[in-house]
Design a protein around this ligand. Structure first.
Ligand code: MG
Ligand code: NI
Length: 474
């Protein structure tokens, strides 16, 4: 008789989701699905709101990544105004984004994934959290907490409030930076860089112990999508879209996000509220692509800062073409932290950074605007239409976790096929299936537009629909 396993809730990810594993008559894994099970319809809630309120309203769609929404939304509003943001305003938005990427990557790597890396995938679940590491691995645990705090303080120093800052506005930012806050951030960069450097050194000695996971954690050909600047360098905040295939060939470059509907399709699957975007020219589901740290390091020609470029060159040696295993999202995150720190320092030393002209003012000049930025988890797109009174009539958001939906599903299936034996859910197997999802660091809070952290479950199901085993974790 065919069977199904469900993992619900998947732990140590942001939000609520469920994994279902279908067994065939011989007890072998036949199919596996990653479901996003809640939905609040934020796109509908925008309708009728003044466009100028969108950045701060959109920042409230997610308690995990408000800064990313703030930036993408402000950029969509820039397009409605049809203005050019003053250079200093652009630089300040970049700084804010680097702060967000560093704090979010630190949370993902240290708080959510380092217990697996330090203690092993089979360690008892009560030990697999950061606070258990304070005892067993005090340096790494303290480093993780300090690095996340550094990123949060950058956000706070720039935007005032740690959660839901409304400093990023249509046309730029609301207030310039002063010398005191600039110097305070600059003074802390060396310590943050030291943490990032020693963590990466440790990680490079460790990750090869996970060869079985590297081979089976969503390790398959796909496209990769993200932003690059006009010279093909790694880009987080501005730039245009590049698409690279699994052989590392650039198949589309410098695409304008305003035309995204020509190259991104959004498929709907009955098992999830989260849509499955795909690269339109290749159709569904062949146009599956990945976004986020791994994708960004695969699509860029270089990072364009010295320390990050050294690490990037070594990273790219993992594969002659594109780096395909999603296990390497962890590695890519650590390199990106270094890249963000280097860029942050460079911008803070820019002579224009204290310039008071940080915002362009205008009335709306367009009825439609699209904004995009690289959130920690990947490309985040906001698309608004407004009426003559500046009220939003329609909105579409494509979030990073959505872009990765197809690849996460296929990755869960690949890992389940490899690790799941029999009809009982073993702890180490369960943790590995969840760990595939954690590689992508999905923001399910965002995917479901539900505030706060929720649990996830794994269910093992028979072909006749009967549930053989179920694990729920909170
Ligand atoms: Mg949408
Ligand atoms: Ni989010």
């Amino acid at each position: 008789m065919a069977r199904v396993i469900t993992i619900d809730p998947v732990t140590r990810i942001e939000g609520h989701a469920k994994i279902t594993i279908q067994l065939d008559d011989e007890g072998m894994v036949e199919d596996a699905r990653f479901h996003v099970t809640q939905y609040r319809g934020f796109e509908k809630l925008c309708e009728g709101r003044p466009f100028s309120e969108m950045p701060s309203l959109m920042a409230r769609t997610c308690g995990i990544c408000p800064v990313s929404h703030l930036i993408a939304s402000a950029k969509a509003c820039d397009a409605l105004l049809a203005v050019r943001v003053p250079r200093t305003g652009q630089l300040l938005r970049k700084l804010l984004n680097y702060g967000q990427i560093i704090q979010s990557h630190a949370l993902s790597f240290f708080h959510l994934s380092s217990p697996d890396l330090l203690l092993g995938m089979d360690a008892p679940p009560e030990k697999r959290h950061l606070f258990a590491l304070v005892e067993s691995h005090p340096t790494i645990a303290r480093d993780g907490i300090a690095l996340r705090k550094f990123g949060q303080q950058v956000i706070e120093r720039l935007a005032g409030k740690r959660i839901h800052p409304a400093w990023c506005v249509p046309g730029g930012v609301s207030e310039p930076l002063d010398a005191e806050r600039r110097d305070a951030i600059l003074a802390e960069i060396p310590k943050a860089m030291a943490i990032a450097t020693r963590t990466l050194e440790w990680y490079k000695k460790t990750f090869r112990n996970f060869s079985e996971e590297i081979a089976t954690f969503a390790n398959f050909p796909s496209l990769f999508m993200g932003l690059v600047d006009e010279d093909g360098n790694l880009e987080f905040t501005d730039g245009k879209v590049r698409v690279v295939d699994s052989a590392g060939n650039v198949i589309a470059d410098q695409l304008d996000i305003a035309d995204y509907q020509e190259f991104i399709g959004e498929a709907v699957e009955p098992y999830s509220y989260l849509k499955s975007p795909y690269y339109k020219p290749m159709g569904y589901p062949d146009g599956m692509y990945r976004v986020g740290p791994l994708a960004r390091l695969n699509i860029a020609d270089r990072c364009n800062t010295p320390r990050a470029d050294e690490e990037w060159a070594e990273f790219r040696e993992l594969d002659r073409r594109a780096v395909l295993s999603s296990f390497h999202y962890h590695y890519a995150r650590l390199i990106e932290i270094i890249a963000c720190l280097e860029r942050m320092e460079k911008i803070l030393r820019d002579p224009d950074i204290l310039d008071p002209h940080v915002r362009a003012h205008a009335e709306p000049n367009e009825f439609e605007g699209v904004g995009v930025s690289e959130a920690p988890r990947g490309m985040l797109l906001h698309h608004y239409r407004i009426d003559r009174n500046g009220l939003v009539t329609w909105a579409n958001l494509i979030i990073a976790t959505g872009h990765n939906n197809l690849a996460m599903n296929r990755g869960v299936l690949q890992a389940a096929k490899h690790f799941i034996r029999g009809e009982k859910i073993e702890e180490g197997m369960l943790n590995r299936v969840e760990a595939v999802i954690r590689c992508y660091d999905p923001c399910l809070s965002c995917s479901t537009h539900a505030i706060g952290q929720m649990p996830l479950e794994i269910e093992l199901v028979a072909r006749d629909g009967s549930v053989l085993d179920r694990v729920r974790r909170d």
